[in-house]
Design a protein around this ligand. Structure first.
Ligand code: AMP
Length: 401
């Protein structure tokens, strides 16, 4: 069964085409800078076994991006499909399901209407997620489409960690609480960790970190979420590429009175101009930050130190809340590819049973999975490349069969 998976971000669209249940990857691609007035869109894709193709394109919005994906899949020279009708089902990543969508949902008029009501909870992401679904309905009407929510994996998170200590009716009347994100990524790495550790998730205590441009950390006990760093929106928690993470909200009225910024200006700055970008002064890319620190750039060094310090703080809090952990998992661009960050996080923690094997740590980069803890380390430390698309394909296949 051929399943297409679309993973839309605020200005990007990633896709993978799988033959299920064999999990054979047939084609994959990424369109970046969608709708960016200042930069050309870049479309990189690979229809296996052909070479990777990369080129600039004009892509005005996500609907247009979906059209480009379908064109690439049926391209006469290297396209994998002769006809789009060979696609049996489409799986979509959708960022927010609130407490309404507690698992994958078949796309229908009703479910789509419910999703549209959630736009105000994730205004950057929900409109593009929904646009991709609607474009697929237009191009392939009648083909099964399944929405997979980043928040569903958090269903059942205890009230003591999901509620904020704010007036109780904010929670009851306005659903203000911690929802948690990156759930699909965590489901994939946790299930992979369970196979590698040869134990069911119900018997494991895990601390999983997704460290990409967006970054979060989640503690799991007996297969359920105990606590997570992202909150009502993906702004809370760890220091991120351009997001501030945890932050005292009292600064907001103070800044409004001092600077004349509007509330919208400040929220935008907390989302897009904070985090690694703000502190380093040279952008959000951890590779450049590490290189610049080595050359003596003190702000880059400070950005690195702040990122690591925040991560250590959360790992420590979750390690204690769980009463120890069987494994700590790293995924996402930084988690998978930065031995420097992983090493710094565990510096001097051997007395707590948390120690990195330097050689193993250095050898794990670029799409590699493996253990990086020392043999004597009580807690296993694992690197597992993110694969949200495969997780979505597996769940879509279950719904379709
Ligand atoms: P993601 O959002 O998961 O695609 O992660 C993207 C981020 O991963 C980039 O902005 C970089 O900060 C980081 N990254 C990618 N490759 C490396 C690397 N080799 N070393 C350090 N950071 C990396």
């Amino acid at each position: 069964m051929i399943i297409l998976v679309l993973n839309s971000g605020s200005s990007s669209l990633k896709y993978k085409l799988f033959n299920m249940p064999d999990e054979e990857l047939l084609s994959s691609g990424l369109i970046e800078n969608i709708g960016d007035a200042h930069k050309k869109s870049v479309f990189t894709y690979k229809n296996l076994p052909h070479e990777k193709i990369k080129g600039e394109t004009d892509c005005k919005d996500h609907r247009h991006a979906v059209e480009l994906v379908f064109d690439a899949l049926t391209e006469t020279t290297s396209g994998f499909l002769k006809n789009l009708k060979e696609i049996s089902a489409i799986g979509h990543r959708v960022v927010h399901g609130k407490d309404i969508f507690t698992g994958p949902a078949v796309v229908s008029e009703d479910s789509l209407a419910e999703m549209k009501k959630l736009t105000e909870l994730a205004p950057l992401h929900m409109p593009v997620n929904i646009a991709c679904i609607e474009e697929c309905i237009k191009i392939l009407p009648g083909v099964l489409q399944v929405a997979h929510f980043d928040t569903s994996y958090y269903t059942g998170m205890p009230e003591f960690s999901s509620l904020y200590p704010v007036p109780y009716d904010w929670h009851k009347k306005y659903s203000v609480r911690r929802y948690g994100f990156h759930g699909i990524s965590y489901q994939y790495v946790n299930e992979t960790a369970s196979l590698l550790l040869k134990k069911p998730l119900s018997e494991l205590k895990l601390i999983s970190t997704h460290l990409g441009n967006g970054a979060s950390i989640t503690a799991f006990s007996q297969g359920r979420v105990l606590d997570t760093s992202m909150g009502f929106t993906p702004l809370e928690g760890l220091m991120m590429g351009t997001r501030a993470g945890y932050f005292d909200p009292a600064v907001i009225p103070y800044l409004i009175s001092k600077t004349g910024f509007s509330l919208e200006d400040i929220i935008k700055k907390l989302n897009n101009e904070s985090g690694l970008t703000a502190i380093s002064g040279i952008g959000r890319d951890m590779r450049s930050i590490i290189d610049a620190s080595r050359e003596g750039n003190t702000r880059a060094q400070l950005a690195f130190d702040m990122f690591v310090h925040t991560l250590r703080k959360y790992i420590g809090a979750y390690f204690f809340s769980l009463g120890g952990a069987d494994a700590i998992i790293f995924t996402g661009g930084i988690g998978e590819n930065s031995p420097e960050v992983r090493e710094a996080v565990f510096e001097n923690l051997a007395p707590l049973g948390l120690a990195i094997d330097e050689k193993a740590n250095r050898s794990i980069k670029r799409e590699k999975t493996g253990f990086i803890n020392t043999e004597t380390g009580k807690t296993k430390i694992l690197v597992i490349p993110a694969n949200e698309e495969l997780m979505i394909a597996r769940e879509t296949y279950k719904t379709a069969s």
